[in-house]
Design a protein around this ligand. Sequence first.
Ligand code: ZN
Length: 157
Amino acid sequence: MNRSPDIIGSLVYGGTYALVVASSDWLRLQVGKLGVHCLPPGYYVYVGSARGGLNGRLKHHLKSEKRLHWHIDYLVKQASVTQIWYAYGENRLECVWNTMVAGLPGATSIIPGFGASDCRCRTHLTHFSTAPPFGNFKQMSNIWGLPHPHRLKSELF
Ligand SMILES: [Zn+2]
């Protein structure tokens, strides 16, 4: 498989991102102070933002050996990142993106408090039984007048 030369490293500007994480099995997950959760198989979408540059944050998410710092670290440890959606921009759009993801067909919000310690969202984690529809997400972004989102599939990172 051809890996493109450090595509993640090239994302030097700040912005908003979504990790699409997949698991074919049920997961029993200890999520920091949020306790133990049993998660169904399928796809999870976590939304975050990084001001200093998406590359540093995304590299953290993709690294296998690390201290578990964010809630998402606990999930990624047991499942695999299959897609990254991102958009550049100074504005912190993670909560707007999270709302849009939660409104996609097949979405179920899960684990109250996940990734949402410093905002008013119920959670920043959404479950889908089948792959979340990026096309719909892109359309919604356009309708909402947000920066155009890009998608990286795991073959690329
Ligand atoms: Zn939020």
